[in-house]
Design a protein around this ligand. Sequence first.
Ligand code: IPE
Ligand code: IPE
Ligand code: MG
Length: 229
Amino acid sequence: MSEKTLRHIGIVMDGNGRWAKSRGLPRLMGHREGIKAVERTIRAAKDLGVPYLSLYAFSTENWKRPKLEVSGLMAMFKFYTNAKIEEINRENARMRFAGDLDALPSDVREVLRAAEERTNGNTGLELIICLNYGGRQEILGAIDKMLAGGVRPPVTEQDLRNYLYLPDVPDPDLLIRTSGEQRMSNFWLWQGSYSEYYFTDKFWPEFGKEDLEQAISVYYGRERRYGKA
Ligand code: IPE
Ligand code: IPE
Ligand code: MG
């Protein structure tokens, strides 16, 4: 029998730049349009009763982009978190971040931390924004902290997990990527080892509730064997 639970959906929100380019717009306009897809997807996840939704917003490799794009994205993270946090809070959703926030500009970091604190006690949807997130960096950071914490070999899976960004969040059951690229680009490396993958050619700004439903329905049609016969 296949495993039929669906607790955590992770999404690589890709294709904002190409969406903009195909319309002759600057890349940042694609990111701005992408925010609307974020709002649609959060609402859909809530309606569909998905307990955990993680959104890959900025990777540890995305610093390689033009300065203007990076600073524009940082400004958007700050602006939209500020603008939306009360609504998120009213809906009993909890907003958390996975990634190295210490490397972000301090004004951005403060807004994100405040959003986490504001929604800390909420019991509805857990919205996880992966920001300055990299799976390899997460694992390396966990190893550093384990060594500093005096964990002795042999290290167990649970030892390592305890030092990842959000150890209490269940592993993603379903990982979605938009824009036609079929790779994970350093997303949930440890946690995604048995996730089901779903790819769509749509650019992220075009993603909506019916796409999420489609991905979920494909997921339920799959058989997860975890190595068993
Ligand atoms: C959004 O899509 C992902 C972010 C890093 C914010 P992209 O900006 O990667 O869009 P494409 O891949 O260039 O089309
Ligand atoms: C992955 O998308 C990171 C995010 C969506 C935040 P990228 O566009 O950065 O990935 P690559 O460069 O195509 O692998
Ligand atoms: Mg991309």
